[in-house]
Each structure stands twice: as structure tokens, then as C-alpha cells.
Design a binder for this molecule. Sequence first.
Ligand code: ATP
Length: 348
Amino acid sequence: MTFLTLSHLEKSFGPTRVVKDFNLTVEQGEFISLLGPSGCGKTTVLRMVAGFETPSSGSIAIDGADMVRLRANARNIGMVFQAYALFPNLTVAQNVGFGLKVKGTPAKEIAGRVEEMLDLIGLPDLGGRYPFQLSGGQQQRVALARALAPRPRVLLLDEPLSALDAKIRVSLRNEIRAIQRRLGITTIFVTHDQEEALSMSDRIVVMHQGVADQVGTPFEIYNTPATRFVAGFVGTLNTIEAEVKDGATGRVALAGTEVVLHRPLPAGHVTLGLRPEAVRLGQGACELGLSGQITEVDFLGSVIRLRADLGGQSLAFDTFNAAHSVPPRVGETVVLGLNAADLMVIGA
Ligand code: ATP
């Protein structure tokens, strides 16, 4: 059931259109990420949903009710920001209970809800502390509890993990998702971190210059990018320039060989995309074996990322680290295996 609908949303600041014809329907309980580079308009979309910005045109509806004319505090939406934004002079418990107190909720009910929220975020004993006595990760969990305490209908998260160090980010990522699932709360999460979006979301909206380039599951976004921008922004992608030899069967020439893609192509040149993990060291059972020379070896732990030159075409690829196998060295000649089905057409 559609719960949140954004239709033809537009926002201009002066002459600059920063959000253009933005459309999105969100199901009850869904976790949606707005993913894109800095300045693409993600935060502006979120702020319009929250009620901190007024759309230049278009509509926002929650459960069928129009939101645009409603003040921010009448929308029943919870929000967590990048900088923890806790009240420094209030205790953790007072911070978490703040929204309820403003609404005039009886003290006893607030105390009960605060306890429930502190349990939910795994900090049941820290209610008496002040924000400065907490780590960054703990402060962000308190900010989440504060946003959730009034039982909002929608939760908005604006880059809540970006100020934290890498290890905490990953654990908090999982924790936020687990809490969101447990409560079944409809959530929009803004991030410029593709790994965060891929790992947390039911669906991702990839934004580029104010436009939603693609809306899809992480699987769809990664495996079948709709635009060249999405293909390049999400994950690592090799781009290969190929010459179309036969448009009907999709026979193309690339890196000194010919491949049939089994899909119609326009005459001329096409740009193909190939993920590093789709390339094998050695032909093995792959359709194609291309000879190349290793130019880079990057040991990343479980994976070794390599780069090879195939007569002017550079290709990044991955191989798993195995204790008893020695990775190739720079300058070594190798055979790379790949399959035509893994080549994406990303531009004609
Ligand atoms: P970031 O991740 O850097 O926050 P973003 O994708 O969230 O980027 P927005 O904050 O939505 O981007 O900003 C989109 C564009 O709108 C930017 O070019 C920004 O400078 C501009 N912008 C945002 N708010 C205002 C404002 N109040 N007045 C003028 N321009 C603004």
C-alpha cells in the first residue's frame, strides 16, 4: 500500500532549479535511500518532506493527506541529522523525552517511553548522562531515540552516519536497519555513500543534478543501471569502447576481439560497462579469454584488486586472496576471462 507520495516535486532557489520533477511512491514500512553526490538535491527533497522547505510546485502526501500546507511540527515526522544536534544542557533522558514534553504528554508516560526508547537503542543505563559524556555513535543513537519517541509516521535520516568513524558506521548501519524493521517505520535515508545505500535499503533513488535517474532495489541499481551516471556512481565499473559490427545481433569489436551481445545495438560506437568481479584471472569456463599485461596490484585483504592493460584498454578486476596462491606481479602477462552476458550497454 502506498503510504508516502511525492508528485512532480520542484524546488528552485532564485533562478536555480535544484529539484526537478521528482516523483516517488513509498510503501508503508519501506526503507528508501536517496543516493547521489554532494549538491544533487537529496537534502532539499528531505527538507521538503519534513516541512523545512516549501516546494516551488508539486505535492507531498502521507497516507492520502496533503502535507505541503501543514507546518513541520504538525506532520508527525521524526528526523535525525548528520551533526547529532542533541541539546547539550539536557540529559539523555530529557533529550529523548523532549518531543513528548513539547506536546504536553504527562510525565509518567514520558518516563515510560524514554525507558522503552533507551532499551530499543541498547543504552538503557545512560539516561542520566549529558551528551558530552557520550561517544559519537552513542550520541547518534540517542538522536534516533529522540526522533522515534513521539512515534512518528515517517522517519527521515539525513546522512546520520557520515560524522562517525568507519567501524562504528558499519555497526550503526545494521542497528538502525534492525530498529527500523522492528518498528516497521517508513524511512527515507539520505546518503552519498553507495555502500551504505546498497546495504541498508529496500529501494534506492539515485539522484543526479536534481533529477531521480533511477529508482530500484539495490540489486537492480547495481546490476542494471539505467543511465551512464548510475553505472559510474554505484560501484566500480570498467568502461569499454566498442565498435558495432552488426547491429541486429549486437556483434561488437573490442580490445582486439569480437563479441556477440545478443541484443540489438545502434550502428557506430557503444560504451560497455563491466564490473571488476565479472572478470576472471585465467579463462577458465568463460566464453572469452583476453590477453593483457598487469599494471596495478592492490592488496585489500580478502580481495586483490588488479588492473591490466589489454592493448590500450585498461580493465580493473578482482581476485580472491587465497593463502597458497601468489597474485600476479606488475608487468606479468595474463589471460582474463569474461562472458558476454556481463557486458552492460551504458551508452550509444
Ligand atoms: P550534500 O550532500 O552536500 O548536502 P545534497 O545532495 O543534499 O548535497 P542539497 O543540500 O539538497 O544537496 O542542495 C542542492 C543544491 O541546492 C545545492 O547546489 C545547494 O547549494 C542549493 N541550496 C540548498 N539550499 C539552499 C538555499 N537555502 N538557498 C540557496 N541554495 C540552496
